[in-house]
Design a protein around this ligand. Structure first.
Ligand code: GDP
Ligand code: MG
Length: 782
């Protein structure tokens, strides 16, 4: 039968994996290989995709893909396979026995002063970024979602000035599946770090070691950091470190990155293998007695065949041979084999397939997993049931439960919005605003007494305090929003949202993974666009990038908050929520249009790991908030300050640089050109046009510029009615993203697309604002 037909709660053994190409390779790399035990955990609330348990972790899979996997059900009463269940816990060396298990001093030491470069390589969510932050004292964003690190980041290991460590995107194998995985593989292959720090999540050790195998095959100096040891030992599991080192041939160090345990020892080992360039003692994992030794013979034949080519091209030969057998086209091209050799290669592989009874990719994956099984069998004592996992299952009963998942999603997001805009945000905002007002009053008095020049007084009070000050007061709102977004992300909930929403998103031509960039987009479009690199297909990635700007970012909050409190104070947060919803609806509409026109075709398969829920670390969350606040303040005092000052200047001087009334200033003249375009939607006032223009620099400055141009808040309410306010809100929601967002879109998609985004978003905003105006007028607004 197929995996799709396996009843929920039942276990089965995989007998064959169908499908083809990169997707099939990905299945195999994630551990779905013949002979593996799987358990059908549940279906998503909408009936698709399904959640599986395999190799001790949770994986999601669409039913249409599950259909391609053949399984054989396991009778109820058979025991679960728990590695090491018949062994007693062994004594093993604790931390701090630096260098005891690895031969030292072999080989030449690198010359003094050589820069030691390290690559931090591991699965997604294995704790790479947490470790990186511990090592460098830096504060990269840590999240509990596959794919939070989207680009490499470099840093120096604290206390070791001659080092450079690079945090890479998480990968599951050396066969790249998504764009960011290619970043990691290329880094290791091309930039040849002096040593690799392979971080292994010990709570799902079989899957993590799969990558370790491939790294070992490459032969670089390496250490294995067994992370999350705290969870492992906390639940009564243990690892025989000595035995594992003997089997892997590299130093293995148990650590807990989050608790900073064992990290120093790991650094000592890493420095040592890098300094002495100590490669793994073992690279060969095929067993000549395994299934008649077919894979073993095939691998060694291919190694002989390509040895000279690989040496010439500088590709590790054992690794290249493995990839060639799997049929990796990139490596095949790089090796530059001649026709004869290619035919020979094919012949060797065909022979192996015949003898082994498995196809090439499955045979290779099976060879690696067989060795991993031997390692875990003899080195790992798994906890019977981990508390974290039981807890995750319980939480999931509600958060991904059939009837509760979607109501809970709406409830959670609603609560987040209510707390941000209804409760915490406004409270803090009032507090900050009164502080700024008090400071402005003091400054005004001081300047009056000091008889400061009128122009400067106007600049300081109107430009600085009203302009930048009014933007500053929105800092609490933005920080609160980011606080909740990062809580959702760090806890592991966003991964569940992707699982629950996959079917819905597929209707609009995307996959569940696209929900992540979109939710991040509610914070800021820039990181949202960057996070799309985790999407495995180019089509999904492009489409998601074009949709994220419709998710209203926090920089637009000042505009909403200001106009809502000035014109619609009683229905405040309903209107703001409505605007967010309008943005989302627009996104859906655009997606449907894209699906029919620019981006025909199917969304990519949804193969994703569901990490255990973890309580976000307070330090990480505070760090993130501080980063966001700093970022915002920097913008407020650079881009926004400059924009306000320029506006103030253009506003108070004419083309002959005489100080004049605003109507005669340069700004009025410039904005006058564009005004006719916006007149039909009711935004033809040159002062509004100007503030919208400054919004292109930074959305936060729209309100501050308006304050300057209209003189004061009262000035705005006197000149603008609710109807104009409504259409302005809609226009601000939808019109072009700010320069920062545009430039990140350009980085991902190129100049043409970036320009396109600016133009069509303005067009959409124009149409929507016009509709708003018509509807408003029909409702009797003025
Ligand atoms: P990355 O995707 O590999 O960069 O992983 P992150 O550094 O973002 O960490 C993923 C999750 O694992 C976060 O929720 C961390 O707080 C958590 N984590 C990292 N290291 C440890 C550890 O040693 N013990 C425990 N219990 N959790 C950890
Ligand atoms: Mg990371």
């Amino acid at each position: 039968m197929t995996l799709k037909e396996l009843q929920i709660g039942k276990r089965a053994v995989v007998t064959a994996v169908g499908g083809e190409g990169a997707l099939r390779q990905h299945f195999l790399d994630m551990g779905v290989i013949p002979g593996t035990e799987v358990e059908a955990v549940k279906l998503a609330p909408l009936g698709d995709p399904m959640e599986l348990r395999i190799h001790g972790y949770e994986l999601t899979l669409r039913l249409s893909d599950a259909e391609k996997i053949l399984v054989e059900e396991i009778p109820e009463n058979r025991d679960r396979d728990l590695p090491g269940k018949n062994r007693k816990s062994t004594e093993h060396p604790g931390l701090g026995e630096t260098g005891k298990y690895h031969p030292k001093g072999s080989g030449e030491k690198l010359p003094e002063g050589t820069k030691l470069t390290f690559a931090l390589v591991g699965n997604q969510n294995s704790g790479k970024t947490t470790l990186f932050n511990q090592l460098t004292g830096s504060n990269q964003h840590v999240g509990n979602f596959p794919g939070v690190t989207v680009d490499r980041k470099d840093g120096v290991i604290r206390g070791h000035a001659d080092t450079l460590i690079t945090d890479l995107p998480g990968i599951y194998s050396m066969s790249p599946y998504s764009g960011e995985e290619l970043v990691s593989r290329d880094f290791v292959l091309n930039e040849k770090p002096r040593a690799i720090i392979n971080i292994v999540d010990v709570t799902s050790i079989e899957r993590s070691l799969y990558l370790t195998m491939q790294l070992l095959e490459m032969g670089f100096p390496m250490v294995v950091a067994l992370n999350m040891m705290d969870e492992m030992t906390g639940n009564g599991g243990s690892v025989d470190i000595n035995a594992m080192e003997a089997m892997l041939g590299v130093p293995v160090i148990p650590i807990s990155a989050a608790k900073n345990q064992g990290v120093d020892e790991m650094v000592q080992h890493a420095l040592h293998v890098a300094e002495y360039q100590e490669g793994p003692l073992r690279q060969d994992f095929c067993d000549m007695n395994d299934h008649g030794g077919a894979v073993h013979r095939c691998l060694h034949a291919v190694i002989h065949l390509i040895d000279d080519h690989a040496k010439r091209k500088g590709i590790p030969v054992r690794f290249a041979a493995g990839k060639l057998i799997e049929g990796d086209p990139l490596i095949l091209k790089q090796l530059d084999l001649d026709q004869n050799e290619i035919e020979m290669l094919e012949h060797i592989v065909l022979q192996m397939e015949k003898e082994r009874g498995l196809d090439r990719s499955a045979a290779m994956a099976d060879m690696r997993f067989s060795y991993i099984m031997k390692v875990t069998e003899s080195c790992v004592i798994k906890p019977k049931a981990s508390r974290e996992h039981i807890r995750s299952r319980r939480i999931d009963e509600v958060l991904t439960g059939k009837w509760t998942a979607i109501p809970m999603f709406i409830l959670i997001m609603g609560t987040v919005f209510y707390l941000t805009f209804g409760l915490i945000g406004p409270f803090l905002q009032d507090l900050l605003q009164s502080g700024i007002d008090a400071l402005a009053a003091i400054t005004e008095k001081a300047m009056e007494q000091g008889q400061v020049n009128e122009a400067i007084r106007s600049l300081v009070l109107k430009g600085l305090f009203e302009g930048v000050g009014s933007v500053l007061s929105f800092l609490p709102l933005i920080v609160t929003m980011f606080f909740f977004l990062s809580m959702l992300e760090d806890s592991g909930y966003i991964a569940r949202v992707a699982f629950v929403m996959d079917k819905l998103l597929r209707r609009i031509g995307l996959s569940g993974r696209s929900i992540v960039p979109m939710l991040i987009g509610f914070g800021c479009t820039v990181p949202a666009v960057m996070s799309t690199r985790t999407l495995p297909s180019d089509r999904d990635r492009r489409m998601t990038i074009l949709l994220t700007p419709f998710m209203s970012c926090t920089a637009k909050l000042p505009i909403y908050a200001f106009f809502v409190s000035a014109f619609f104070p009683r229905s405040g947060w309903w209107i703001i929520s409505g605007l967010y919803l309008l943005g989302i609806l627009n996104g859906i509409l655009m997606a449907l249009i894209f699906k029919k026109t620019l981006f025909k075709g199917e969304a990519v398969p949804f193969v994703m790991e569901l990490p255990n829920y973890r309580l976000p670390g307070l330090k990480n969350v505070l760090q993130l908030l501080w980063d966001k606040a700093k970022d915002f303040l920097q913008r407020a005092f650079s881009v926004i300050l400059i924009a306000t000052l320029i506006v103030w200047f253009l506003n108070h001087f004419d083309f002959r640089f005489n100080m004049v009334e605003a109507e005669a200033g340069m700004l009025a003249a410039i904005a006058g050109f564009i005004a006719p375009l916006l007149r039909p939607v009711g935004l033809g006032d040159w002062r509004i046009v100007t503030s919208l223009l400054s919004g292109f620099m930074a959305k936060e400055s729209v309100v501050s510029v308006m304050q300057i141009l209209f003189g004061s808040e009262q000035g705005i309410t006197a000149a603008v009615g609710p109807l104009t306010a409504a259409s302005l809100l809609v226009f601000s929601l939808l019109y072009t993203p700010c320069v920062a967002a545009i430039s990140s879109i350009r980085r991902e998609l190129g100049r043409g697309w970036a320009l396109g985004v600016v133009l069509w978003q303005c067009a959409i905003a124009w149409i929507a604002a016009l509709l708003m105006r018509l509807i408003g007028a029909a409702l009797g607004m003025a």
